[in-house]
Design a protein around this ligand. Sequence first.
Ligand code: PLP
Length: 388
Amino acid sequence: MKRVYLDYAATTPTHPEVVKAMLPYFTEVFGNPSTIYSCGQEAKGDIEDVRTRIANLIGSRDEEIVFTSGGTEADNFALKGVAFTVGSEGSHVITSSIEHHAVAETLKFLGRRGFKITYLPVDEYGLVNPDDVKKNITDKTILISIMHANNEVGTIEPIAEIGKIAKEAGVYFHTDAVQTVGHIPTDVDELGVDLLSMSAHKLYGPKGVGALYIRKGTKMVSFLHGGEQEWGRRAGTYNVPGIIGLGKAVELAQQEMTEEAERLTHLRDQLINGLLERIDHTRLNGHPQKRLPNNVNISVDFVEGESMCLNLDLEGICVSTGSACASSSLEPSHVLLAMELPPEQAYGSLRFSLGKWTTEEEIGRVLEVLPQIVARLRAMSPLLRSQG
Ligand code: PLP
């Protein structure tokens, strides 16, 4: 059975060209970039080229990019970095109620240490209202953290508008752009952000590497203490193959982003329309237009997401019931609950995320298989029987 992978938002396969670019850095150019002899300096030069490439993609300066072990570290670095530098007990942070756990749990941690956290609501589409951000800023506010696009429902937030509000108020602004870098434009000046998180494995790079953009002048304590790497801001021997992989992934994304976004939008809409047509009592979650080109999130009444997910898996189709981290728990998604979906609809949700190797044929296969699975599950469903 040919596998149909539709969970690119959880992780992407590493692009063969990325793997090829990384390989010499395990065996030939293996020197430690912090050494002064040529084999270390060669590696150092190559990671500096990656820094330039990332800076070029997001419109920043090279020295504003710090390599990290991925999106989670970048988020932790941004939030704790600002909180522990310009904040103190009673300082205030504004965020949304639909952030990824990497942001939400970090802020919970800061909350337990005396920071005051405001969780803004979202509307039925998962959108944050910039006026709410404005209204909640106080003289104690040190940081705003709102994600660029939501990983579960794909809604793209009004970051540029919030950026203007943050700038006027003189408050630092972080965005988690893990789902958007390399997929849609992420220019830091256009977005008006001071801090931006990214992760390689969401754009066909390797797992365990990412970066944080830190606008020049942002006051940040060092995140990892030790050596002098990254100007002392993040110590630790460089993950050279990983960084090279990130660089190659960024290079490919730059070449293909516009065309790929168009292709995926077309496939995405085909999947959305096909599912809504073929399965009754189904709704699209997230914004119909302001959404990632590759995201489809639906709720199907009278069936559980887990059951659909496992049945699709038996047909060789990989999808998710929420975010990858949440899908091992049976709690309904905090994102869907924040959008005020009734719990039974939140339980019946599925996320499809499309990518580079998704074809029309694969979309066709989902449209053929899922209605049959839903019909079978509904025939057994006590939920449906109780509706009469
Ligand atoms: N932020 C968002 C929006 C994500 O989707 C993810 C991964 O699922 C992360 C952060 C964490 O990134 P990483 O897996 O690189 O730690």
